[in-house]
Design a protein around this ligand. Structure first.
Ligand code: ADP
Length: 519
């Protein structure tokens, strides 16, 4: 199967799923700020209009008072200062009606008993001369505007100024009022009504930040999202704060949640795509491994079968007269049968391991016996292939709890590999000994060795090295070492390998001396 086939589904999944969602997430992230700004500005405007409605209400109250006052009073006879509070309006401290001509304010004749207050009022009026001139122009075109001016003379004393006209005479009207009282008595009910349950509206003094009114008793917030000066009382401001979470915070939270969700979906998709890719790759690898396995095993079985068949046929025909030749043929048949049973044993072992049916039967075993048995049984085989086998047996070793049959199969596999993967130097070294709490069996050769890269995989099932002429032509199923590994682990043991390319390999089976496994 070609590599192109592996990459294709990966690319398709990537294009169809991952890329669009990643793009969507990226766009969402980029536009998040814009969306937030739009929501924020809509929200701020709404809060502003709430505050403006309160301001408008203040204006309406002042205008209504003036309308009432003007319709009930003959202004032409009412020039002067009225220093006592006007009936029904306790927050109005004084009312000053001052005739002015069209050229100047003519404040000389302006009379008020308190000199300091008079001085400040006059100074403020002079300072606001331009605005007053505008008020005069407005009244001529029938529009009355009120301006608010703060006074230093006394805290919370504020001044409302407007111009009125009776026939040809123009009057400057000055209202001195107790701003705090006005706010508490007139604005508070309105503030409470407008605020409802969703908003908190406060009125504070600009300079001292003193709280004058609050729509929610005892819960005046220290910070507000929007502020607006009171048009008629410039020393005071209105502040507004939503109860609980604000719209922009809500929008922000939702957007963050959405993006979090999108990223999660992306991660899931990418993980899914990766798992899909891995599975496809694994399936393809498995398919290849299986077909290689079938061809390797068939090949391995075919050779001994052909030899057995050929020699058996020759013997059967009775053509061989010499006993020595017949004996040689019997030996070949026996050796090839051994080889066949070795292959079949490995396959059966593997299938038992895979299905979880592999059972070890433990008993008292001296590992020296295993090594010596294998050496004796394979002696003919070694001689025939030109191998010299030397053994280094530690005769002090005592029996351990192990499965003799399984360990014999392990050693046969290792010895078989040592033979298969040795080139010119045909030397095998078998050793037994003790290391810490383990006894070991070591099988060394001076063969082709294994590269560090391959070393990591040789215990994987079906894994075979096919690089190099010898490895390529050596027959095998790729099951031997994975079976050895499994059987050794069944003994709570370990398998170690040291190998240098071109120099040889040493495989070491370590078995615990005190293995408590039951027979
Ligand atoms: P195989 O049937 O291919 O021998 P194994 O599982 O026994 O399968 O071994 C896996 C691979 O490890 C082999 O294909 C071989 O390349 C490498 N190998 C095993 N033993 C040796 C050794 N003694 N020297 C060099 N290579 C070895």
């Amino acid at each position: 199967m070609s590599k192109r086939f592996i990459i294709k589904p990966w690319l398709i999944v990537g294009l169809l799923l991952v890329i669009p969602t990643s793009l969507f997430t990226a766009i969402e992230l980029l536009t998040l700020n814009d969306q937030e700004e739009v929501i924020e500005s809509i929200y701020t405007k709404q809060l502003e209009s709430v505050l403006s409605s309160i301001n408008q209400h203040t204006d309406d109250i002042a205008n209504n008072w003036i309308d009432d006052h003007e319709s009930n009073t003959d202004l032409s006879k009412l020039t002067g200062t009225f220093e006592e509070s006007l009936s029904g309006f306790p927050y109005i401290r004084s009312f000053i009606l001052h005739p002015i001509d069209s050229i100047s304010l003519n404040l000389g004749s302006f009379s008020i008993s308190n000199d300091t207050l008079k001085k400040e009022i006059v100074n403020q009026l002079l300072a606001h001369n331009n605005e007053i001139e505008q008020l005069k122009r407005y009244i001529k075109s029938g529009y009355r505007k009120i301006i608010g001016i703060d006074l230093e003379y006394q805290q919370h004393l504020s001044m409302l100024v407007y111009v009125s006209q009776v026939q040809t005479q123009t009057f400057l009207n000055i209202l001195l009022l107790d701003a705090r009282q006005f706010i508490s008595e007139v604005l508070s009910p309105r503030i409470q009504m407008v605020a409802g349950n969703d908003l908190i509206i406060v009125v504070r003094h600009n300079k001292t930040n003193e709280l004058i009114a609050c729509s929610l008793l005892n819960e005046a917030p220290d910070e507000v999202v929007k502020e607006q000066a009171i048009w008629l009382l410039p020393d005071y401001y209105l502040g507004i704060q939503p109860v609980g979470i604000s719209i922009s915070e809500l929008a922000n939270k939702r957007a963050t949640q959405n993006i979090g969700l999108l990223i999660l979906v992306d991660i899931l998709l990418i993980t899914g795509a990766w798992l899909f890719y891995r599975n496809v790759k694994r399936e393809l690898h498995l398919a290849k491994v299986k077909s290689d396995f079938v061809s390797n095993v068939s090949h391995e079985i075919r050779t001994p079968l052909a030899l057995i068949s050929m020699y058996a046929e020759t013997l059967q025909l009775g053509r061989l007269k010499e006993e020595s030749k017949r004996q040689k043929y019997y030996n070949i048949i026996y050796r090839e049968t051994q080889r066949l049973s070795g292959i079949v044993n490995n396959i059966l072992n593997f299938s038992r391991i895979e299905s979880g049916r592999q059972k070890l039967s433990f008993g008292n075993v001296n590992i020296n016996d295993i090594v010596e048995d294998v050496n004796n049984n394979y002696n003919y085989h070694f001689n025939e292939k030109g191998f010299t086998v030397d053994t280094d047996i530690n005769h002090e070793l005592r029996s351990i709890n192990a499965d003799k049959q399984a360990l014999t199969e392990c050693v046969i596999n290792l010895v078989d590999n040592a033979v298969k993967y040795s080139a010119d130097t045909k030397k095998i070294h078998l050793r037994t000994g003790v290391r810490a709490s383990y006894q070991f069996i070591e099988v060394s050769d001076e063969g082709i060795g294994i590269s560090p890269k391959e070393l990591k995989h040789i215990f994987d099932k079906f894994y075979r090295v096919t690089k190099g002429a010898l490895a390529h032509h050596a027959k095998g199923s790729g099951l031997g070492l994975s079976i050895v590994n499994h059987l050794v682990q069944g003994h709570q043991g370990k398998i170690e390998v040291e190998s240098t390319e071109g120099k040889g390999s040493t495989f070491r089976i370590l078995l615990p001396i005190n293995n408590s496994a039951k027979p």
